[in-house]
Design a protein around this ligand. Sequence first.
Ligand SMILES: NC(=O)c1ccc[n+]([C@@H]2O[C@H](COP(=O)([O-])OP(=O)(O)OC[C@H]3O[C@@H](n4cnc5c(N)ncnc54)[C@H](O)[C@@H]3O)[C@@H](O)[C@H]2O)c1
Length: 336
Amino acid sequence: MLARTALRTLPSTRLFSSSASRLTKVAVLGAGGGIGQPLSLLLKSDPLVTSLSLYDIRGAPGVAADVSHVDTGSEVQGYAADQLDQALEGVKVVVIPAGVPRKPGMTRDDLFNTNASIVRDLAAAIARVSPEAHILVISNPVNSTVPIVAGTLEKAGVFNPKRLFGITTLDVVRATRFLAGEVDASPSETPVTVIGGHSGATIVPLLSQSSFGKKVTGEKYEKIVHRIQYGGDEVVKAKDGAGSATLSMAYAGAKFTNSLLRGLNGEKGVVTPTFVRSPLYEDQGIDFFSSNVELGPNGVEKIHPVGNISAEEEKLLEACLPELKKNIEKGKAFVA
Ligand SMILES: NC(=O)c1ccc[n+]([C@@H]2O[C@H](COP(=O)([O-])OP(=O)(O)OC[C@H]3O[C@@H](n4cnc5c(N)ncnc54)[C@H](O)[C@@H]3O)[C@@H](O)[C@H]2O)c1
């Protein structure tokens, strides 16, 4: 049982006949940071990654030299501050954890001023050098940085909504782990779909869609929802000024990257929540939304509807939508 659980948490080693020869170059922009370093290590352990390109304005060559000694098949190259274009050459997937993290008392939106321009400039370089790449945005505030990347690519005439993803996997990972603890089950039995966006009230866990989750009611329900929405604050507080979630985020980033690579390689039925350009609430002026998405050879294959939700979840969604709309508009205005 233990071995099975442990195996499930590792990146999938399921290789499809044609994928072993596939060249899948993955770039990490911000590879020298708190998330970037463990994320680079985890991607080095993913057999679906054949080449790893590590870029940061500080320290990426050192991280690359270190990670490159790990005895897995992929090659690793590090790039210094003035080598962004080289780092992006031939990449299939770009993961972006570049930017500043929160300190105690800050919301993710407080990071906007610094991170918006970092993400915009990186997106402009991707548009120029590797316009076909799939872009995975970790930098906060995700609700705004994803529209910023979309707007930047749009301006350059290369935006393909099937290839842009905001990584909300950490919310899913937290919801799954917290629910497992609450009902005393294995996390493999308590997956939770989390929809909406990636900050506070915009994070909407759908516990009613989980057989274990729907048993959690009353005060316990209120508590677990709050913990899923504000779990990031626990880490920011405990780190006491030294940043926000890095290790669990690296795990979540590697997990999502692995899901995308499996989809790109033709595996069927890879479904996970992610923040994408979405038709679900477009009629309310909200054109980015996280819901379950099937990943496939083109990236986004199918956006699943939200499905049946409880009255409590309806309320959470009502609180989510106006805030999410504001966050998206702020991102769009920045690149308008
Ligand atoms: N999506 C999520 O669930 C989630 C979770 C946790 C943190 N985050 C966000 O991830 C980001 C990174 O967090 P961290 O803890 O790794 O921060 P960090 O400060 O430890 O690392 C950030 C790295 O980005 C680099 N950087 C800055 N500007 C750059 C640029 N123009 N090009 C390339 N690299 C650049 C820095 O040199 C640094 O190495 C933050 O915005 C944080 O809020 C997102």
